[in-house]
Design a protein around this ligand. Structure first.
Ligand code: TDX
Length: 312
């Protein structure tokens, strides 16, 4: 992978409940700058895009359970925010990469051998995934109608350090650290296709370097696992009995299975993931949460109170 040790990065972040200044600690201060602001605020966005060589658009409301509770922020950030960034990229003719999700394709049956490809029709299920699908379509339209030099990537479920404790894997790890039993929605049979966050980042950098304008690339690392297996691995790696979890109220409209075929990215751009072994990536992630309680503890009680109010 090409490493750009001479580039500088400006992070535009609204610092909602999901943002955390401490996530940037330790990065070189002369090359990384945090600007607190909203991607839906054209006044904040325009001067930053004007001075950029490229915009990599990671910003989103991203949690399905929150979108079922209150969809509005998902429309504001994911739709209007993407529109605002695209208009700035158009004005200043700046290269644009849009980060999206495999959830735009809906879900697959548990026993279906098929995986998502770049040709799978869009069929999102939740308020979250429908706003991400809408944002992808805006990017495609700005490429075709206005000549914006954009690419899109749709990635599978990420895991690794610095992930908010609302998400499945960090929630269960921090539950075990706190002496709370892990919580599996429904029967725990739903399947997700896990990729380490570092592999997601290397794929995005590859697309930024070598991707063809107007193209979509699916990112995945062949990491399909059902949720029950993931919880059992966490319990085993943390020295607990593998059946020490609770089955709780299912998520409404819960997507059954996601699975990514990343052949296009691998063959056309030569990308390969580096975290081949899920259990060793998971063990390192558990160790990170053990060592960094000060990073996640302030959010933990509020997240658990939210889930408890829904029987989860
Ligand atoms: O406590 C839990 N118990 C449980 O069984 C939680 C929080 C989740 N789950 C299940 C639901 C899903 O089947 O685990 C799976 C993963 O759940 P999430 O971490 O909420 O992720 P998911 O809904 O699959 O979406 C994630 O991956 C795709 C991200 O949140 C999205 O932003 C991304 O687009």
């Amino acid at each position: 992978m090409v490493k750009h040790t001479d580039h500088t990065v400006t992070v535009l972040d609204k610092l909602t409940y999901a943002g955390n200044r401490a996530s940037l600690a330790g990065l070189p201060e002369d090359r990384v700058r945090l600007v607190v602001g909203d991607i839906a605020d054209a006044g904040a966005v325009d001067p930053l895009v004007a001075e950029a060589d490229a915009v990599v658009h990671y910003a989103a409301e991203s949690h399905n359970d929150n979108s079922l509770h209150d969809p509005r922020p998902f429309l504001d950030t994911n739709i209007i925010g993407t529109y605002t960034l695209l208009e700035a990229a158009r004005r200043h003719q700046v290269r644009f990469h849009h980060i999206s999700t495999d959830e735009v394709y809906g879900d697959l049956e548990l026993d279906d051998p098929a995986r998502f490809t770049e040709h799978t029709p869009y069929n999102p299920s939740s308020p979250y995934s429908s706003t991400k699908a809408g944002s992808d379509l805006l990017v495609r339209a700005w490429v075709r109608s206005f000549g914006v030099r954009a690419t899109i990537s749709n990635c599978s479920n990420n895991y690794g350090p610095y992930q908010h404790v609302e998400k499945f894997i960090p929630r269960q790890i921090t539950n075990v650290i706190r002496g709370i039993r892990p919580k599996l929605y429904g029967t725990g049979e739903n399947v997700r296709d896990w990729i380490h966050a570092d592999d997601h980042s290397s794929a995005v950098l590859t697309i930024l370097d070598k991707g063809e304008i107007g193209q979509t690339y699916l990112i995945g690392a062949d990491g399909e696992k059902d949720n029950k297996t993931v919880v059992e691995s966490i319990l085993e790696l943390m020295g607990q009995p593998t059946d020490a979890y609770d089955l709780v109220t299912d998520r409404p409209g819960h997507d059954l299975r996601y699975a990514i075929d990343s052949t296009k990215l691998r063959t056309e751009l030569g990308w390969t993931p580096t975290y081949g072994d899920f259990d060793s990536g998971l063990a390192a992630t558990i160790e990170w949460y053990r060592q960094n309680e000060a990073w996640w503890a302030p959010a933990k009680d509020g997240v658990e109170a939210f889930y408890a109010s829904k029987g989860q």
